[in-house]
Design a binder for this molecule. Structure first.
Ligand code: FAD
Length: 665
């Protein structure tokens, strides 16, 4: 019996960890013909990454499930640093608290990777029938470079094989019934939530092994630190010649250490422990075990089976002394070997892309592995999705490398500074040094700044490129192309309900023209807004409203462009119907769309809504401004209400117009 079949798909994603699921979200949201495979028989249930930075939570808000993290996770903002006092005791230095906690609606949180994967999977299912094909390994790869530029061609061929149950579910992943702690497996009914448990027990079905040859237009390799995809396209991982071996345990501690439920570090002459309080009374502890010499590509591994849970526990007890430390419940533990490495490029020919651990590895203690990986998947996902749907130009694909590689370099730089502090023995100034490193990298680590450079997706004006020479009004604005749209809580004009901009600017595959309409009570300003609306209603040669100018994502979204207005007048002093009707589209069945007009006015019943949005954006409250926000909430272009032509020039460089597609006039 020939058990080999052939098929085609526009996008194939290899690996369904955090980065692969993020990329898959966009395929689901934009209705792309895509597949996602993973050689593991199940998703992650316990252990691995656990830190969520505030930018990741903002992204989750735009995807609609941030509230699930708030419900299950643990907030971690202040940190304490414990050091020896020279008399055999430990003393607390701190707490250190970020001075910038108000720059995001969300605080850094802790929740295990398995739950994040759960939320992503649920969101993908909500938007499409796309499902992770588990127990399916990618084994062979061919690339036909003669087909690189043909948009309808399928230059990539991947052979997929369905694994047997034993191959897909190594013994440490198999489900074990019973509530008590099974330290070796870490997976017990006692520590899984019901939805994860049901998925786990439904997965252990035997599968018929078969082979499939899949042709695809785009391949996204999200297959982890030992990436198979990266090897197929001959992209190396380059970097350090040492690996660090870490012991990591998720336990419910029994200890008289006063800060066991607070984020912090404990220093000893032999190394420093990182203490991370988690959900359900659990605490994660990282302890350095050993440094291993390797070659530059990380060969030279240590036999990790020599490390036992008991050894890790004893090491923690030594560092915690004179405080006590023990546990009865251990959800998960691992000896984790990792070095700082990065791939010189994250893509090949704008057809094959690599994301997450596949292109950057570093120590787990910066709490960024999962965050950076998800943000890579989020960045490449919408670009590939829109190009595969034919609604955006392929030229945007090269921005993935230019935007994310730079951040990965910063990630490694942060890790070099930070993890060095865990193994160096000098403890005199350790706490101060830790605070300095955290403060220096804070904007980058929490994702408040993205540092995306000029490209077809980031329109930098000349004065932005050379700020010291600038005399332009734009240089005073805090709306900076290449940075995220600074979050603000606003009131909906129609009903006064409140929402953060992270939820208003949804991740649905649309670019958004955000009209900061200013004080529309002022007659002259109202005139500017009406003139703008007229220009947007009949744009250029297409003769249609700007919203209808661009090709739609089938029937999912009428347009790949949306318009939103945020005015600065007091909420009670203007009416919904005072605005030009381009801002309240009408549908004969659903009525007016009320969600396009928002107001930056203080609200007495919610202090987060303080009416200071324009100040934060650095925009004059009377005159306003206009900006384009990309589907991932980064600012693409910014200008005055009159700069319509420049704005359309930006959009025409990115989105395919109806006329060029022969679309309906
Ligand atoms: P991964 O999560 O590694 O996902 C890659 C996926 O690709 C896997 O599911 C794999 O099965 C699949 N795959 C690989 N090859 C193929 C193939 N040929 N065909 C099909 N599928 C394939 N981070 C922290 O911040 N703290 C920690 O304590 C921590 N501990 C970790 C412990 C372990 C044992 C591991 C493995 C990772 C740990 N990490 C930790 C790292 C963190 O989990 C990663 O940074 C994050 O998961 C990266 O996401 P990713 O999607 O890029 O890759």
């Amino acid at each position: 019996v020939n058990n080999t079949s052939e098929s085609q798909t526009d996008v194939l994603i290899i690996g369904a960890g955090p980065s692969g699921l993020m990329a898959a979200y966009w395929m689901a949201r934009c209705g792309v013909n895509a597949r996602i495979v993973d050689k593991r028989g199940t998703k992650v249930f316990t252990g691995q990454a656990d830190g969520l930075r505030c930018r990741t939570l903002e992204i989750f808000d735009s995807m609609g499930f941030q509230h699930r993290v708030q419900h299950e996770g643990h907030v971690a903002v202040e940190a304490n640093f414990w050091v020896p006092d020279g008399k055999g005791n430990l003393v607390r230095q701190g707490p250190h608290c970020s001075r910038k906690v108000n720059e995001s609606p969300f605080r850094n949180m802790l929740l295990n990777q398995g739950r994040i994967e759960r939320f992503l999977l649920d969101s993908i299912r909500e938007h499409s029938s796309l499902q992770v094909e588990r127990g399916v390994i990618a084994e062979a790869f061919k690339y036909d470079c003669t087909k690189e530029s043909g948009l309808d061609d399928y230059p990539i061929t991947v052979t997929l094989r369905t694994l047997s149950d034993a191959e897909a579910n190594p013994s440490d992943l198999r489900a074990e019934e019973g509530g008590s702690c099974k330290v070796a497996s870490g997976v017990t009914r006692g520590n899984l939530l019901q939805d994860d448990w049901e998925e786990l027990i439904s997965k252990s079905q035997a599968k018929e092994t078969k082979t499939e040859i899949v042709k695809c237009k785009y391949l996204i390799g999200c297959d982890g630190a030992h990436s198979w995809t990266r090897k197929q396209v001959n992209i190396p991982l380059e970097g350090s010649t040492t690996d660090h071996l870490w012991g990591v345990i998720d336990v419910v501690p029994i200890s008289n250490f006063p800060d066991m439920r607070r984020l912090g570090t404990v220093t000893h002459s032999t190394g420093t422990i990182l203490v991370i309080p988690r959900e359900r009374n659990m605490v994660r502890l990282y302890v350095p075990v050993q440094t291993i010499e390797t070659n530059t590509i990380g060969q030279g591994r240590f036999d990790r089976s020599k490390i036992t849970l008991e050894m890790i526990k004893r090491r923690i007890q030594t560092i915690f002394a004179p405080y006590t430390f023990d546990f009865q419940i251990c959800d998960w533990w691992a000896a984790y070997q990792i070095g700082q490495r990065i791939a010189p490029t994250f893509s090949k020919d704008n057809r094959v892309f690599l994301a997450g651990d596949a292109v950057h590895t570093h120590s787990p203690k910066v709490g960024l592995g999962m965050n950076m990986s998800m943000q890579d998947g989020f960045n490449i996902g919408w670009k590939v999705a829109m190009v595969a749907k034919g609604v955006a130009y392929p030229s945007i694909l090269s921005t993935y490398d230019s935007e994310r590689h730079r951040l990965a370099e910063m990630l490694l730089d942060f890790d070099r500074h930070w993890s060095g502090l865990f193994t160096e023995s000098d403890d005199e100034e350790k706490a101060q040094n830790m605070i300095k490193v955290v403060e220096f990298f804070e904007d980058f680590a929490d994702g408040r700044r993205s540092f995306y450079g000029a490209s077809s997706l980031v329109w930098k004006k000349k004065e932005d490129a050379n700020p010291s020479a600038s005399t332009s009004v734009y240089s005073y604005w805090n709306l900076i192309p290449g940075e995220r749209f600074p979050p603000v809580k606003l009131r909906m004009q129609a009903d006064g309900n409140l929402k953060w901009t992270t939820g208003i600017l949804q991740s649905d595959g649309r670019f958004r023209v955000v009209i900061l309409a200013g004080d529309v009570r002022v007659r002259a300003q109202r005139g500017r807004v009406e003139t703008l609306a007229k220009r947007l209603s009949s744009c250029g040669s297409v003769g249609k409203s700007i919203v209808d100018r661009y090709v739609s994502l089938d029937d999912r979204l009428k347009s790949t462009l949306d318009i939103v207005a945020i005015h600065s007048a007091p909420w009670m002093e203007v009416e919904f119907f005072d605005f030009p009707n381009i801002l309240y589209p009408f549908d004969a069945v659903r009525g007016w769309n009320y969600e396009k007009i928002w107001c930056d006015d203080a609200c007495v019943w919610d202090r987060d809504c303080d009416g200071k949005g324009y100040e934060r954006w650095g925009i004059d409250r009377t005159r306003g401004a206009m900006t384009i926000v990309r589907p991932d909430q980064y600012i693409g272009w910014v200008g005055e209400l009159e700069d319509v032509e420049e704005m359309i020039h930006y959009l025409d460089g990115v989105l395919v117009a109806q006329t060029l597609m022969g679309g309906a006039e």
